[in-house]
Design a protein around this ligand. Structure first.
Ligand SMILES: CC(C)(COP(=O)(O)OP(=O)(O)OC[C@H]1O[C@@H](n2cnc3c(N)ncnc32)[C@H](O)[C@@H]1OP(=O)(O)O)[C@@H](O)C(=O)NCCC(=O)NCCS
Length: 207
């Protein structure tokens, strides 16, 4: 379960409603080619993707065990939350129609905030795609979803994710506990970025 950010911003009802509406009707083409909302047609591909520990092991809030039924329930739950304006589960497929990426956005409209978690298929890792892709996703959260705060976490030993997050200019804000679906706790490093800081970040950090 994702926890809302440490920082609390004041949000008007109009702003919160605009964010909910953006989540309900997301413009995914700005995220990249081949991106789609996860649906029933992606369940087998997601099971394949997430069954690889190189993909799923670092991520605490995935369904486990990685059965078809658990993944189907996770996809259905994300769709229910999208309709409420509170989450998006997105996949990207390659030319062979195989899923090579998933991203899950958790959104707190009344906090004008969102979080992203996700992974690339193993053969798309360590290929220099992470930083540019993450920057595109962060930009999309601020500019298309319209949130003013983005938070992210990574396992204490996930140096690669930390490198991607800090290259984007996020501010390290200590650690926090994440709760896995089975109730166990995963200690994480924690970062935040405001939209203002994103828009004025130094040129070298821009995608
Ligand atoms: C995290 C993830 C999306 C990053 O994408 P990626 O394409 O593998 O990352 P990149 O190849 O762009 O590498 C990112 C940076 O990490 C650096 N890096 C790689 N291994 C590292 C390590 N052990 N320590 C520090 N930095 C490391 C790379 O050098 C690169 O920096 P550079 O561009 O300045 O050289 C991808 O690795 C992934 O899906 N991992 C599994 C799931 C996961 O960890 N998800 C994130 C949960 S928070």
């Amino acid at each position: 379960m994702s926890a809302p950010p440490k920082t609390v911003l004041k949000v008007s009802p109009d702003e919160a409603e605009a964010i909910r509406q953006a989540v309900r009707t997301p413009g995914l083409s700005l995220l990249g080619e081949g991106y789609a909302l996860a649906g029933a047609e992606h369940i087998s591909g997601l099971v394949d993707l997430l069954s690889d520990p190189a993909v799923s092991e670092p991520i605490y809030d995935l369904p486990r065990p990685m059965t078809r039924a658990n993944v189907a329930a996770w996809v259905a739950d994300a769709e229910r939350l999208r309709q409420a304006g509170e989450a998006l589960l997105v996949v990207a497929t390659d030319q062979d129609e195989r899923i090579w990426l998933y991203s899950r956005f958790t959104v707190w409209p009344e906090r004008t905030a969102a979080e992203i978690a996700g992974a690339h298929r193993a053969d798309h890792q360590n290929a220099g795609l992470g930083k540019a892709g993450a920057a595109r996703s962060f930009n999309w959260m601020f500019e298309a979803l319209g949130v003013r705060l983005v938070c992210v976490t990574a396992a204490l030993d996930n140096a690669r994710s930390a490198s991607v997050i800090e290259a984007a200019g996020f501010a390290a804000m200590g650690e926090r506990d994440g709760v896995r679906p089975d109730g166990s706790v995963r200690r994480s490093r924690y970062w935040e970025m405001t939209r203002e800081a994103w828009r004025t970040r130094p040129q070298r950090e821009q995608a």
